[in-house]
Write a protein that binds this ligand. Structure first.
Ligand code: C2O
Ligand code: CU
Length: 509
């Protein structure tokens, strides 16, 4: 698949819908819709405004009867859900008991640069020493306090590992979870809550025969990795070794990763094709695509609409009805589904129409009984910030150049910003590409202005931080740089592309 053929095939318009290399599982897989949907635990503060979470290795049951070793926040996959409130700053102390360095990014967070999860700002295990680290690398031994001012609007965010060169294998191993920011504007709305608000983190994985996660090159990997970066020589692959060595400048394309990695098992909240009982009433689904490379076009069968109330960065001004919801890696959608449309007893399946067979199934809802429902979806949801007038336009071209995935022809180089927008201003960023690249911008939130000069998709509405740029597409976004000065990143959220250097710094000045 290495080479022009795959890229050319992927480029032939909207018809080609997968973006990654499908990796077949070797383990016995359960029948879809037999495993109950888990809901991740909500993290409790250890003192007002302070949370502590330990990243550790744990064995969990994902496939019935088998144990899977995960690298999880709190030893769970997904990690705990953090419920934060606008106006209440939070400190999250992240302790690293894994065998590898980590960096935690709050995706969608308006976060000061020192807590944004910069790829070389690492929390390292006890005894770790960097044999040949990246220039500018910062090592925090064992614990780092991430400080979140939480001045942003209510939104569905998520957090995940962001370690330089190793994000894809470390997230695959389980380092991801959800964050729900709440605020008074949202509290005042009669939306479903409690048991009828379901955070749904969707991702795909593959499994070895013994239940362990399968990832390219695991056979050659050093397993959990070493306590010294020296054990990750260039050419060491797999979950321990990452997509390539730690030496700077070795971001070579790997044929097994070229398009990103897709698993053949679809997990929701860490469970394979789960099933959940719901009452015949309105439910709020917080959809998060935490997959490394897989995109979804979600639909319900039997048919019902999704009423979208929120995008990546918070509530929309007004609800929008959709028959299908597209979700690229990193994107979120906040939707209401009214199960009153179905008679009790109905099995409602959430499907992904971009795939066939088992990968085309996501999860199932079983409608149990009627329930009094005094929720509603008001015609006016919120007053999102207005789009300011842009001061300039910049182009970022996401493309394969020679042997790398690059932005404007550059491989990622920490500390070398490609743009320096001014704090408090807005800019048009024109994103162009040769392939499917879900582009994510840290700190800044944006609105999609146009795709190929035309109206954006219906599901592009609202303020966002991630947009799927499709093959040979030109996507214009209006980004506002509010919050903090400092060094941030934009990158492709196909995590294998990110590790293969499709990332760039920008500096808010
Ligand atoms: Cu969700 Cu820079 O990533
Ligand atoms: Cu990409």
């Amino acid at each position: 698949v290495l080479g022009g053929a795959a890229l050319a095939a992927a480029g032939c318009g909207g018809g080609s819908e997968t973006a990654g290399e499908l990796l077949a599982s070797r383990a016995r897989l359960p029948e879809p819709f037999t495993v109950p949907l888990p809901i991740p635990e909500v993290a409790r503060p250890v003192s007002p405004g302070r949370y502590e979470v330990t990243q550790r290795v744990a064995a969990v049951e994902i496939l019935p009867g088998l144990r899977t070793e995960v690298w999880g926040y709190s030893g769970t996959f997904p990690g705990p859900t953090f419920e934060l409130r606008r106006g209440s700053p939070a400190v999250i102390g992240v302790r690293n008991e894994l065998p590898v360095p980590t960096s935690t990014h709050l995706h969608g967070g308006v976060t000061p640069p020192g807590s944004d999860g910069y790829p070389t700002d690492l929390v390292v295990p006890a005894g770790y020493s960097s044999a040949h680290g990246h220039p500018g690398e910062v090592l925090h031994p064992v614990v780092k306090d991430y400080r979140y001012p939480v001045e942003q609007r209510a939104a569905t965010l998520w957090y995940h590992d962001h370690r330089m060169d190793f994000t894809a294998p470390q997230v695959w191993r389980g380092l991801a979870g959800m964050v729900l920011v709440r605020d008074e504007e949202e509290d005042a709305l009669p939306l479903p809550r409690g048991e009828r608000e379901l955070p749904l983190m969707i991702c795909d994985r593959s499994f070895e025969e013994d239940g362990s996660f399968r990832y390219p090159h695991t056979a050659h990997s050093t397993g959990a990795g070493g306590h010294s970066a020296g054990t990750h020589g260039a050419g060491t692959h797999g979950m321990g070794g990452g997509a390539h060595g730690l030496d700077d400048g070795t971001h070579a394309l790997d044929p097994d990763y070229l398009e990103g990695v897709e698993g053949d098992v679809i997990l929701v909240n860490g469970a394979p094709w789960p099933v959940a009982e719901v009452t015949a009433a309105r439910h709020r689904l917080r959809l998060v695509n935490a997959s490394n490379a897989r995109r979804y076009r979600l639909t319900l069968s039997p048919k019902a609409r999704f009423t979208q109330i929120g995008s990546d960065s918070g509530l929309l001004a007004a609800p929008i009805d959709h028959d299908t919801i597209t979700l690229a890696p990193g994107e979120r959608h906040d939707v209401i589904v009214d199960f009153l449309n179905y008679p009790p007893g109905t099995h409602v399946t959430l499907l992904n129409t971009l795939s066939n067979g088992p990968q085309g199934k996501v999860m199932r809802f079983v409608v149990t009984r009627r329930e009094r429902d005094d929720t509603a979806v008001p015609a006016t949801l919120s007053r999102p910030p207005r789009a300011p007038r842009p001061v300039t336009t910049r182009t970022f071209d996401f493309r394969r150049t020679n042997d790398s995935w690059t932005i404007n022809g550059h491989r990622y180089q920490p500390g070398v910003p490609l743009a320096s927008p001014r704090l408090g201003t807005a800019e048009v960023w024109r994103l162009t590409s040769d392939f499917h690249h879900p582009v994510h911008v840290h700190l800044a939130h944006f609105q999609v202005l146009a795709r190929n000069g035309r109206r954006p998709d219906a599901t592009d509405a609202g303020w966002k931080d991630t947009v799927d740029v499709r093959p040979y597409e030109v996507v214009d976004v209006l980004a506002r740089f509010d919050g903090y000065r400092g060094r941030y990143m934009l990158h492709c959220h196909n995590l294998e592309h990110e590790d293969m250097a499709m990332m760039a710094d920008f500096e808010v000045v």
